[in-house]
Design a protein around this ligand. Structure first.
Ligand code: SAM
Length: 218
């Protein structure tokens, strides 16, 4: 896809900022950010802000995540070509598109509870001719057992605890990342081992919109 010069400049400025802030260190993710333009995933009214390092409003009182948070979560998730990924909380579809670029021949399944956002994300992904992302209307608290096991699972909404059904849907040696907490969350990365779930990394002071349902906001 040809990206207009003014957006290429804005993407470049954002990448420089993220690198200087140590929020982006992996060249593959830099390439994903250059090739999956965020302005295609924001509301028209927010297009001038698409390359600010800020979450932006989308429909249904939800947000497209902050670029620095997307790069950090994606780096921690250590995605490889050919993998199968489950995302909980599709929103705009931008995070799914970044993951789809990194898995390349692999597949991304993404669950969203708002039909309007399922449609929004599907339209955004279609504009970029991305066809290895499946957006599904549903309650992400229960994952998507039909296509399990997944090599990686990412939750992009704040949960009180990582939904237990997702552990069963993760392959052995698979990684899961989620923001866990109430008004402020810790980003938690866990690995599934033969002995159970093991915490790999944790970092505090994140703020996400809530996961609605059993393992989030009731
Ligand atoms: N990843 C998104 C992006 O790239 O634009 C941003 C996600 S937004 C921060 C969180 C999303 O989680 C919202 O779209 C919200 O509707 C969704 N969500 C909240 N609870 C959910 C649930 N139980 N099942 C599925 N989606 C849920």
């Amino acid at each position: 896809m040809r990206i207009e010069k003014k957006y290429q400049i804005a993407i470049n400025d954002l990448i420089i900022y993220l690198k200087n802030s140590k929020l982006l260190t992996d060249e593959r993710i830099e390439s994903a950010f250059r090739n999956i333009p965020r302005h295609e995933f924001v509301l028209k009214s927010e297009i001038d802000n698409a390359y600010d390092n800020e979450p932006l409003p989308i429909m249904k009182n939800q947000t497209i995540s902050q670029p620095g948070v997307v790069s950090r979560m994606t780096e921690w998730l250590d995605v490889k070509n050919g993998q199968k990924i489950l995302e909980i909380g599709t929103g705009s579809g931008w995070q799914s598109a970044i993951l789809s670029y990194l898995v390349d021949s692999g597949t991304v399944y993404s669950i969203e509870r708002h039909p309007e956002l399922v449609k929004f994300a599907q339209e955004n992904l279609k504009k970029l001719k991305i066809n290895n992302v499946h957006v599904i209307l549903g309650d992400g608290n229960f994952g998507y057992p039909k296509e399990s096991p997944y090599d990686r699972i990412i939750i992009t909404a704040a949960c009180n605890e990582i939904p237990s059904p997702l552990f069963d849907q993760l392959s052995e040696n698979g990684l899961i990342i989620a923001p866990v907490g109430d008004s402020s969350q810790s980003l938690v990365l866990q690995k599934k081992t033969s002995k159970g779930m093991v915490e790999i990394k944790k970092q505090s002071k994140y703020v996400f919109v809530p996961l609605i349902g059993k393992f989030g906001k009731k």
